[in-house]
Design a protein around this ligand. Structure first.
Ligand SMILES: *Cc1c(COP(=O)(O)O)cnc(C)c1O
Length: 396
């Protein structure tokens, strides 16, 4: 896309036009999918050329392809990064970024609200390599300074947390980290890369489970890390050395998903907020955890740093028996139960994560249900929920 230098492109405009030049590929709008392990060279001279030796050109399947180049360039542009690296899953993007900063005797700070497998990787696997992972309260803000040690290498944020939706004071954490020369990374999956620009707030690596909103159709696994100049060499090297390599079809689905990402997010975010407001008004709901609701504890920070809301949030029920919860959820017509989110179809999921907290235990008494709002008509979703609450009442 040709943009005027003085105006950053709106995400929907940008994403409709990224992906390279169609006229280098017979005019086809989208880049082709290359299925390739072997890449051939015409001559010894070509094989030994600086472009090949220094990996500036494609030389082997594991190093990506023109399709992944197009996706990575689109993500770097979307988030204002210098470069981006694709990974075979969101978790792989998180763990490889942690590895990029891990060294024996080092210390890493990880938010207590982080995705559980990210926490477990930091504690178990990095722990075995002699790295201390310490979990911090997501509400810590500038107080993180007191936890930074001389050997601290990285602070890993996730905001909002994808189970309990705490919003972190990113600029305050970044300021404390920069004052001590500590790198920062954030799991930015919730915002889809559209509503939060972590690199503009000083974060070094912005990570996505592209499996969720970016792919958006519940049919592909993928991760991506968008880097600034400072973080790119370490993240790229860790990705290369650990063999991170994503399948070309999944990368293509992510690039395709980017085209409609802003439109899907806007619709799913609006539907989610409608559902959240409807739930918040019910006497049989204890509380709704959604940073775009004005009385949410994270609302002020969310308003300051985010430009919109995606469709993922949670609500708490009063204490309820598993049988009553089954009566409520087992026969929903539209909402399905599943561990993913961000697809076109609505999901509802009872969460269990009490063991996955070290410093900020969850004190809610009843079940916490997470909703991923899909693209269905909001009124149909509300009817489905309303019937579910009637079944819950009948079974309690
Ligand atoms: C799903 C998820 C991941 C992991 O992504 P996968 O593609 O499933 O490996 C990481 N972070 C968050 C917040 C997630 O929801």
């Amino acid at each position: 896309m040709t943009t005027r230098k003085d105006e950053p492109a709106a995400p929907e405009t940008l994403l409709a036009h990224v992906g390279g030049d169609p006229f280098t590929r017979h005019g086809a709008v989208n880049p082709p999918v290359y299925h390739a392990s072997t890449v051939l060279f015409r001559s010894v001279q070509e094989l030994l050329s600086p472009d090949v030796v220094q990996r500036r050109t494609w030389r082997y399947g594991r190093h990506g392809s023109p399709t992944s180049d197009a996706f990575e360039a689109a993500m770097a542009e979307l988030e204002g990064g210098c470069r981006a690296q694709v990974f075979p899953s969101g978790l792989s993007a998180c763990t490889t970024t942690l590895l990029a900063y891990a060294e024996s005797g080092g210390h890493i700070l990880v938010t207590d609200s982080a995705y559980a497998p990210t926490r477990n990787f930091a504690r178990e696997l990095l722990g075995r390599l002699g790295v201390t992972a310490e979990f911090y309260d997501p509400g810590i803000g500038a107080g993180i300074a007191a936890l930074i040690r001389p050997e601290t290498k990285l602070i890993f944020l996730e905001s909002p947390g994808s189970l309990t939706f705490e919003v972190q004071d990113i600029p305050a954490i970044v300021a404390a980290a920069r004052a001590r020369g500590v790198a920062t990374a954030i799991d930015n999956t919730w915002s889809g890369g559209v509503y939060l620009k972590p690199l503009a707030l000083g974060i070094d690596v912005s990570i996505h489970a592209a499996t969720k909103y970016i792919c958006g159709h519940s049919d592909a696994m993928l991760g991506v890390a968008v880097c600034n100049e400072a973080s790119w060499p370490a993240v790229k090297r860790a990705a290369m050395l650990s063999g991170a390599s994503a399948g070309p079809d999944d990368v293509y689905l992510a690039l395709r998903g980017l085209r409609t990402l802003p439109a899907r997010l806007a619709r799913q975010g609006a539907t989610g907020l409608t559902l959240a407001r409807w739930l918040a008004a019910r006497p049989d709901v204890v509380r709704v955890l959604h940073p775009a609701l004005p009385d949410d504890p994270g609302h002020a920070l969310w308003r300051r740093d985010f430009s919109g809301t995606s469709g993922l949030f949670a609500f708490e029920l009063p204490p309820t028996s598993p049988a009553a919860l089954g009566a409520m959820l087992d026969s929903m017509r539209l909402f399905k139960m599943g561990f993913s989110w961000g697809g076109f179809e609505s999901l509802i999921l009872p969460l269990s994560f009490r063991r996955d907290r070290d410093v900020r235990p969850w004190t809610g008494q009843g079940p916490l249900l997470r909703i991923s709002a899909g693209l269905e008509a909001p009124d149909d979703l509300i009817r489905d929920l309303d019937e579910a609450f009637s079944r819950l009442k009948g079974a309690s």
